[in-house]
Design a protein around this ligand. Structure first.
Ligand code: UD1
Ligand code: MG
Length: 452
């Protein structure tokens, strides 16, 4: 079996992004561009990958450590020069795939096909091409009939060559031994004064080496990202792919044009996603859940049949058959057991809420542990913060917290206890007790009539 590795070029500046963030660290469908390219490599079971870094390398390195090997290109002297930097690390490798860090839309099956063609042809190189309506800016594939002749860059091309629609995507397979030899011979004598990787093809053809090409059926795969406009275009393409994938897997998406699902989200059959809903990060959703309309969930788990409407949740675990919203805010550390109801204008943070309990309206529950079948009345606040430290509120099973209760933590309310509406609870309430903390109501008979 020939040994393969991937070399990913990512040393360029990305000037047109006008960003302090290196280009390949910009996110697409929830993760950096470069991560999509690395996934493409691992999905094709290529064990080794080397990323060539230069501009903004510190910011990228931090993300890449442990995920790939890093090669530094001190000066960006062109794509050919970038690949040269990786050569010393390729001993024992028979073939490489060269990819660009700013081309994150190539599909697993497309790269697999390119590799298959390369393995079968046993040639020096195999080029992934695409046919563009408007090929401006790209290297053109010059052929004589079907025979590959060379790749010519836009800036070096004749008028006739510029009229060619088949372009170089910048993704290739190379035989490493043949590439080493050809790279020794390239020079920066061209319009941009760079060492072009594409010049190795001139060496190959002059030495009678075989070059194969494979044209992608989906032109979107060749999309390179150089600007924010292209970033948005790529985002759109990826999102559409993700939505189609989940619909094919049995998820109902009422309005794909207003639904945004990150690439690492996992959905189950018969989930329904209502309009204007965003699922981010590693959110996982079980069967029959209904998410939306107008909800954003990030890194959440959603149990079977739960319903989240008009709400925002982050790092929350929502149990089966929970009913969330409208207008709830579930913050990190929220853990809801089965059948919990969190209603309108309720915020939950770092709290566990037991089976069947309800927080139906206008409450803040933070740093709390709430038992089963508890009812928390409207306007209840856990006063968890004394200005310095956070404190815990513990509420047992079957507790009834009256409306507008302030629970001043640390405080504990025992099983089956009741707090009277409007009470500020500062001391623990024993099980089955009633705690009332408010002044006695005064009554002045006929006071209104007498005043007139
Ligand atoms: C390159 C190809 C062109 C192809 C196009 C596809 C060459 C000479 N031309 O042109 O035929 O149509 O890609 O998008 O290869 N990079 C480095 N170090 C460098 C220069 C570039 O790592 O010194 C990296 C960039 O970060 C980028 C990739 O290589 O990820 C491609 O470089 P770029 O400058 O965008 O090449 P193009 O001019 O687009
Ligand atoms: Mg480019």
């Amino acid at each position: 079996m020939p040994k393969w590795a991937a070399v990913i070029l990512a040393a360029g500046k990305g000037t047109r992004m006008k960003s302090k963030l290196p280009k390949v660290m910009h996110h697409l469908a929830g993760k950096p561009m470069i991560a999509h390219v690395l996934d493409l490599v691992t999905q094709n079971r290529i064990e080794r990958s080397l990323v060539v870094l230069g501009h903004g390398r510190e910011q990228i390195e931090e993300f890449l450590v442990g995920r790939t090997e890093i090669v530094i290109q001190e000066e960006q002297l062109g794509t050919g020069h970038a690949v040269m930097q990786a050569l010393p690390y390729l001993d024992g490798v028979d073939n490489i795939v060269v990819l660009s860090g700013d081309q994150p839309l190539i599909r697993t099956e497309t790269l697999a096909e390119l590799i298959r063609i390369h393995n079968d042809s046993k040639g020096a190189a195999t080029v992934l091409t695409a046919r563009f309506e408007n090929p401006f800016g790209y290297g053109r594939i010059v052929k004589d009939g079907t025979k590959f002749i060379k790749i010519v860059e836009e800036k070096d091309a004749t008028l006739e060559e510029r009229a060619i629609h088949e372009i170089n995507t910048g993704t290739y397979c190379f035989n490493v031994a043949k590439l080493r030899k050809a790279l020794k011979e390239i020079t920066p004598q061209n319009a941009q004064g760079e060492y072009y990787l594409t010049e190795v093809f001139d060496r190959f053809t002059s030495q009678g080496e075989e070059i194969a090409t494979y044209c992608t059926k989906d032109v979107n795969e060749a999309l390179g990202i150089n600007s924010r406009v292209q970033l948005a275009e790529a985002e759109h393409v990826l999102r559409e792919r993700i939505l189609k994938y989940w619909m094919d897997e049995g998820v109902t998406i009422i309005d794909p044009s207003s639904t945004f699902i990150d690439c690492e989200v996992e959905l189950s059959r018969d989930v329904i996603i209502e309009p204007f809903t965003t699922l981010k990060g590693k959110t996982q959703v079980a069967e029959d859940a209904i998410l939306g309309p107008q909800s954003t969930l990030e890194d959440c788990t959603c149990g079977t049949g739960c319903h989240v409407a008009h709400s925002v949740a982050k790092e929350a675990q929502i149990g089966p058959h929970c009913n969330i919203g409208p207008f709830a805010y579930l913050r990190p550390g929220t853990v809801l057991a089965e059948g919990v109801k969190i209603g309108d204008f309720v915020e939950i943070k770092n709290s566990k809420i037991g089976q069947g309990s309800k927080v139906p309206h206008l409450s803040y529950v933070g740093d709390s542990q709430v038992g089963q079948a508890v009812n928390i009345g409207a306007g209840t606040i856990t006063c968890n913060y004394d200005g310095v430290k956070k404190h815990k509120t513990i509420i047992g099973d079957n507790v009834f917290i009256g409306s507008n209760t302030n629970l001043v933590a640390p405080v504990e309310v025992g099983d089956g206890a009741i707090t009277g509406a409007g009470s500020t609870i500062t001391k623990d309430v024993p099980a089955y007790a009633l705690a009332v903390e408010r002044s006695t109501q005064k009554l002045k008979e006929n006071w209104v009539r007498n005043k007139k």
